[in-house]
Design a protein around this ligand. Sequence first.
Ligand code: CA
Length: 232
Amino acid sequence: MLPRILIVEDEPAIADTLVYALKTEGFAPQWCQTGGEALRAVAADGIALVILDVGLPDLSGFEVCKRIRARSAVPILFLTARQAEVDRVVGLEIGGDDYVVKPFSPREIAARVKAILRRSPQPARNVIRDKPPADSAGFAVDEERCEIRFNDAPLPLTRHEYRLLKTLVARPGRVFSRDELMAAAWDDPGASFDRTVDAHIKTLRAKLRAVAPDADPIETRRGLGYALRPPG
Ligand code: CA
């Protein structure tokens, strides 16, 4: 998937040249004209970087940046029109990653975008901070959505995988026997076999490896069952 770049700029002519330049460089630009739209777009997630004009019709770019930073660490490249704005971008701790002064060449913007993305690990940096906090083992369970995130990546889990992992994550270090896991994750445990648990642990491990190839958070305790490796 191409990295999505949000362009927040109320002047269509400037936005057009940016959209064109970013498409040419292999990005998927998305344009909006107001700070309000920008905040909604960032909240919806999936934005790799924000190009943010300081002078917007509703909120100032500084205010937009501040509100984005309350929720997300997505990289922000400011577009400024005046020296006074540059002074504020540089002088204040508002959380911008870089700035470009108007008038600029679209190629310069594309080069800056690439440089910023190179030094920011993606997509982990654009973490919406009001998601359930991950515990130290890197898991975050969202019971309402029946979703588990590992290292901030949502895991595509089946119902049984979700219940199994939720059980393990709830008590890091605690060894669960296959019978206990069966009882926790299956509505009718009697209809399944011990090796059903093993088969689901295997698919779970594959899904965790897809997120973090070197992590092996589920431990097999021979003759006993399974446990989530305690952090540290
Ligand atoms: Ca403007």
